[in-house]
Design a protein around this ligand. Structure first.
Ligand code: KG4
Ligand code: ZN
Length: 338
């Protein structure tokens, strides 16, 4: 079997990313973050697509160079078809299409959410791959889903958020606390120095395996307003405890549903993915759950948690093996299910 070299391109939101894989091994994984959005407190779609335009050529060049692979050696080009921001997706897909056409190699369309899950199949020293079936918890700025994974492309969403995503819950509460966007990592950082039981926030009552996070955001807004009225320095004096308590509540909400999913499916292998799986509290809680509940948990390598192209590449590799190719008329989709 000859080696398969995949160039993968990810441009669904505000990061321009490219990676080169040789089979299931990552040779390079390059990400250009768009700092332009920080000043606006969130991703501005128009600015995102413009920045992708500027970044895509240098990022792809860097990925090929780092991998020490020439364009002519590539077996296929994989790109993110969706879900994501249309203007951002179009930059990646147009580039992938023209490059595949110019090199006369196959084009592979990848579902971003499947990629967050299948990132666990990247061959990486010190990281085990889950066995089918397993449960995936995908937690990002745009999604919160519990997925039953029976095979690479046999996935069923068994629970999801009815309003905000977990990442939004982190980012929006961070904004209330005056932290810059994206606030998730900063809440995490402060939480490590705080007492998670300092303040108590009620958990929402949502039936089944679904989630809701918009109520938590509102509860925190009122909590802050009330306390600030009594003490204008309330946030500054308690920032670590506030962050730790918010993070604790979010983790409790996630763990409650995971426990329920394990009970309902009988599956005890849990794999997390998506930007929020970088959260240290979530990572620690899941590892503790191994001893506590007899689960086997899979936490991806840090660089494969937030948006990256290596995860697009591993799906590209799987699709390459089954010759699952697209022609140049394939369209980007802002919303797609599995
Ligand atoms: O997967 P991702 O990079 O992009 C989307 O597809 O949305 O996820 C980004 C999200 C943001 O909401 C960000 O605040 C959150 O992941 N995030 C974190 C942490 N690192 C990133 N949230 C909590 N703790 C972290 N350490
Ligand atoms: Zn993502």
């Amino acid at each position: 079997n000859p080696e398969v070299y995949i160039l993968a391109i990810e441009s669904s939101c505000d990061d321009t990313a490219a990676a080169v894989l040789c089979n299931d091994k990552v040779l390079s994984n390059v990400v250009a973050n768009q700092l332009v959005h920080t000043q606006y407190g969130g991703v501005v779609p128009e600015l995102a697509s413009r920045a992708h335009q500027q970044n895509i050529v240098p990022v792809i060049d860097a990925a090929l160079k780092k991998a020490n692979i020439s364009k002519e050696q590539l077996s296929a080009i994989a790109f993110t078809q969706g879900p994501g921001l249309m203007g951002s997706l179009l930059v990646g897909s147009s580039f992938a299409k023209s490059m595949a056409l110019a090199l006369n190699i196959p084009l592979i369309a990848v579902n971003h959410m499947q990629a967050h899950i299948l990132a666990h199949f990247i061959d990486e020293e010190g990281y085990d791959k889950p066995e089918f079936p397993f449960i995936a918890l995908t937690i990002s700025g745009g999604h919160t889903q519990i997925v039953r994974v029976d095979n690479y492309f046999d996935m069923t969403i068994i629970g999801e958020t009815t309003d905000d995503a977990v990442g939004e819950a982190f980012d929006k509460t961070a904004k209330i606390l005056g932290l810059p966007y994206p606030g998730g990592p900063l809440v995490d950082k402060n939480a490590q120095l705080g007492n998670p039981k300092a303040f108590k926030f009620t958990k929402p009552k949502v039936p089944g395996l679904d989630f809701s996070f918009s109520g938590l955001k509102t509860a925190i807004l009122y909590f802050i307003q009330k306390n600030k009225a009594e003490n204008p320095n309330f946030i500054d004096e308690n920032i670590n405890d506030i962050c730790a308590s918010i993070q604790y509540t979010i983790i409790e909400i996630l763990m409650d549903k995971l426990k329920m999913a394990v009970k309902e499916t009988g599956i005890k292998q849990i794999a997390i993915g998506g930007g929020v799986s970088a959260n240290s509290g979530i990572r620690n809680t899941l590892k503790e759950a191994e001893a506590k509940y007899g689960w086997k948990t899979f936490v991806p390598k840090f660089e494969y948690t937030t948006d990256n192209a290596a995860m697009i590449g591993i799906v590209g590799y799987q699709k390459f093996l089954s010759q699952n190719f697209e022609n140049a008329s394939v369209v980007s989709k802002a919303r797609i299910q599995f």
